[in-house]
Design a protein. Structure first.
Length: 302
C-alpha cells in the first residue's frame, strides 16, 4: 500500500501502549522545518502538521514513533496567548471540578501538566489543597507569580516529598497523555501518587471520534505536540497496564473565548473568507462540545 511500510531491522520501534513491534506507517511526516519549542505551544494553530504517524498492528494505537525526545521542547516553552486566556480556562477548570466533587468534596489535589495553574487556582477556591507540576519553567514562573503552588518538572518529582504526603486524594491529568512518548510509564507514576481511595481524572482527544473522521488529516488535534492518538480502547488499555481501572467515561465540554474560536475556524476557510475577530469577543466565553475528547475517571487497582 502506498505510504505504508512496516518498521523493521535496526529501526524497530515498540508500541507505547502494548509493546508490540508490529508498527505500520499510516501517515508520513508533514513537518517541513526543524522543530522548536514554538511547535509545542498550547495555542499552536498549525492543525494537520505532525510527525510520521504509525499504527500498532497489535492494539491499534497511533503514535509518532520517531518523535520520542519531546520533553526538551517543553522545558523551553513559552506561550503568551495561553497565559492571556485566564477567564476562559478558569471556566474550563470549574467544569472539571464540578465533576471532581461528585467523587471527592475536599482533600489534596495534584494537577499533572498544570500550565500556569488555572486548575490549581480553581481547585483552591473549591477548598482543595492543590499543587501542580509543569515541565515548562516559563509557565511555572507565571503560576508562582500568581501565588500558586506549581513546581517545575514531571513525575516522578522529588519535590513532592517536601509536601509531606505520599499520595493525593485527587490527581488530574488533563490534555497531557497525548503529549508523551511513554504514556504507560507516566500513568504508572500517577498510580504511585494515588491510594486505593484516590480518584483520578484524565482528558485526552479521541482519534476515533466522528469529528476526527469528518475533518480527516486537518483535525484540530493533529498537531506536532500530540505524539500519541488514543481511542477509548487504547486509553483504557494504557490505564490497565499502569495499574489503574476506569470508573466512568464521558465527553467533556470546552470553554474558550469567541475570538479564539473564530481565529481557529479561520484555519479551515479560504483566505478571502477569513475575518479578524474584534477585541470585545475576547471577553465572551463560549462553551461547546464536539464529542471528540474523552474524560475518564479512574482509580487505583486494589
Amino acid at each position: 500500500m502506498n505510504n505504508m511500510a512496516t518498521i523493521e531491522g535496526d529501526d524497530i520501534k515498540t508500541c507505547w501502549v502494548c509493546a508490540s513491534k508490529e508498527l505500520i506507517l499510516v501517515r508520513p511526516s508533514t513537518i517541513r522545518r526543524p522543530l522548536t519549542e514554538e511547535n509545542f505551544a498550547i495555542t499552536d494553530p498549525n492543525y494537520g502538521t505532525t510527525s510520521a504517524i504509525y499504527r500498532c498492528q497489535g492494539c491499534g494505537f497511533l503514535q509518532c514513533a520517531q518523535l520520542k525526545d519531546v520533553l526538551q521542547y517543553y522545558h523551553r516553552l513559552k506561550d503568551e496567548e495561553y497565559d492571556g486566556s485566564g477567564q476562559h480556562r478558569l471556566h474550563q477548570a470549574d467544569r472539571l471540578l464540578k465533576t471532581v466533587t461528585r467523587y471527592k468534596k475536599s482533600g489534596t489535589l495534584l494537577d499533572v501538566g498544570a500550565g500556569t495553574g488555572y486548575l490549581v487556582e480553581q481547585a483552591q477556591r473549591y477548598g482543595f489543597e492543590a499543587v501542580g507540576i509543569e515541565p515548562s519553567s516559563w509557565l511555572c514562573e507565571r503560576a508562582v507569580e500568581k501565588g500558586l503552588n506549581v513546581m517545575c518538572g514531571v513525575l516522578p518529582l522529588a519535590g513532592l516529598g517536601s509536601l509531606r504526603r505520599a499520595t493525593f486524594d485527587v490527581v488530574t491529568v488533563v490534555d497531557v497523555i497525548e503529549h508523551v512518548s511513554n504514556p504507560v510509564e507516566v500513568l504508572s507514576h500517577v498510580a504511585d501518587v494515588m491510594s486505593e481511595e484516590s480518584v483520578g481524572f484524565l482528558v485526552t482527544p479521541d482519534v476515533n471520534s466522528l469529528a476526527a473522521k469528518l475533518t480527516g488529516t486537518r483535525w484540530w488535534h493533529y498537531r506536532v505536540a500530540h505524539v500519541g492518538y488514543f481511542t477509548r480502547k487504547t486509553i483504557l488499555m494504557a490505564l490497565d497496564k499502569a495499574g489503574l481501572t476506569p470508573i466512568s467515561f464521558s465527553r467533556p465540554r470546552w470553554y474558550l473565548s469567541a475570538a479564539y474560536l473564530i481565529s481557529r475556524l479561520n484555519v479551515y476557510l479560504p483566505s478571502l473568507l477569513r475575518v479578524t475577530p474584534p477585541e470585545i469577543l475576547n471577553r465572551l466565553t463560549i462553551g461547546f462540545n464536539l464529542f471528540d475528547s474523552m474524560l475518564v475517571v479512574f482509580k487505583k487497582k486494589s
